[in-house]
Write a protein that binds this ligand. Structure first.
Ligand code: TYM
Length: 324
């Protein structure tokens, strides 16, 4: 059976970018019986930038709860925390022996993070894509549901797979990204993408209707009439398409070019549509928060299942690399 792997860092509550770009794809593949799905919390990737120990301890569990609330099902997917499968780190080390520093230094994601935390350009940060390749290839996953921003990392995983297969005769697949309609969710500020590190850019999955309304209301707009749809208006139209469909977007865009639109109505309807999708997730989350035992069991059993597969791959690679 073909395998799938994805992960999200433990940086706090998930936002609509994570949900539409990653989680929706994870759900779709979980429901497809052609695939065996592995979904983790990338807690080891979380420590590549400065963090607080107690906050991480909490968040690596919160993401598991978010996963379950969104519909990931431990009966259908292996749901686990990356740090509970130390084999990822071992395979990452083995992969680092065929990866050049120059290549890693030139990745846009590395440069961006160094700009954000200039005093924290660590080895772990440089190694981020190598560990990510290990996450994927340790399960020999051929498909990775992630947002567009992760494409350069998937490319590194493909290069590592090719190189390992050439040099050591392994049989790693060259993984591909599985894209969703929300593969690039724009920022509410009207510039760039929705991101946890940009205040005012995101809606969290746990936001109330009031919070959603107030955030959507802040998307910058114009007089409501014109010939070219750009900036915040374009962002608003993209959200309309994602939550209310293509036709609604086309009809608003047509109105924009002719009679003009009223943003207050569009924003009100959009906020309701977003909340309608999030409400059942929030209800399940409230239940899960009370069921500590169940969540603990999912975490424990997920690690056991993941380790079984991960151990096999590491054993094989150790042998092929002359370490046995
Ligand atoms: P992270 O935590 O930055 O993001 C998690 C997922 O959310 C997607 N995403 C978006 N998608 C669309 N529009 C947006 N505005 C948006 N913002 C975030 C990301 O593309 C990602 O899919 N490196 C990964 C974590 C990771 C991983 C892996 C993923 C570690 N190992 C192995 C897949 C396979 C990351 O930074 O996720």
């Amino acid at each position: 059976m073909k395998r799938v792997l994805s992960g999200i860092r433990a940086t706090g509550r998930l936002h609509l970018g994570n949900y539409l770009g990653a989680v929706k794809g994870m759900l779709e593949l979980q429901e497809n019986s052609d695939y065996e799905t592995f979904y983790m919390v990338a807690d080891l990737h979380t420590i590549t930038v400065p963090y607080e120990v107690e906050v991480l301890r909490k968040n690596r569990r919160e993401v598991i709860i978010d996963y379950l609330a969104a519909g990931l099902d431990p009966e259908k997917s292996v749901i686990f925390q990356q740090a509970n499968v130390p084999e990822h780190v071992e395979l990452g080390y083995l992969f680092s022996s065929i990866t050049t520093i120059a290549k890693m230094q030139h990745l846009p994601t590395f440069k961006e993070k160094v700009k954000q935390h200039p005093e924290h350009a660590t080895m772990a940060l440089l190694n981020y894509p190598v560990l990510m390749a290990a996450d994927i290839l340790i399960y020999k996953a051929g498909l990775v549901p992630v947002g567009l921003d992760q494409e350069p990392h998937i490319e590194v995983a493909r290069e590592i797979a090719r190189r390992m297969n050439q040099d050591y005769g392994t049989d790693f697949p060259e993984p591909k990204r599985f894209a969703t309609p929300g593969q690039y969710v724009p920022s509410l500020t009207g510039e760039g993408k929705m991101s946890k590190s940009v205040e005012g850019s995101y809606v969290n999955l746990t936001d109330s209707l009031e919070e959603i309304k107030s955030k959507i209301a802040k998307i910058p707009t114009d007089s409501g009439k014109g010939s070219e749809i750009v900036g915040g208006v374009k962002t608003l139209m993209e959200f309309v398409e994602l939550f209310e469909g293509k036709e609604k977007r086309s009809s608003f865009e047509e109105q924009y070019r002719t009679s003009g639109v009223r943003y207050s109505e569009i924003k009100e309807q959009l906020s309701e549509a977003i909340f309608k999708e999030l409400e059942p997730i929030q209800k399940r989350r409230a239940e899960l928060e009370k069921d500590t035992e169940y969540v603990d069991r999912v975490i424990r059993e997920g690690a056991e299942k993941a380790r079984k597969v991960a151990r096999e791959t590491v054993k094989e690679v150790r042998e092929k690399m002359g370490l046995v």
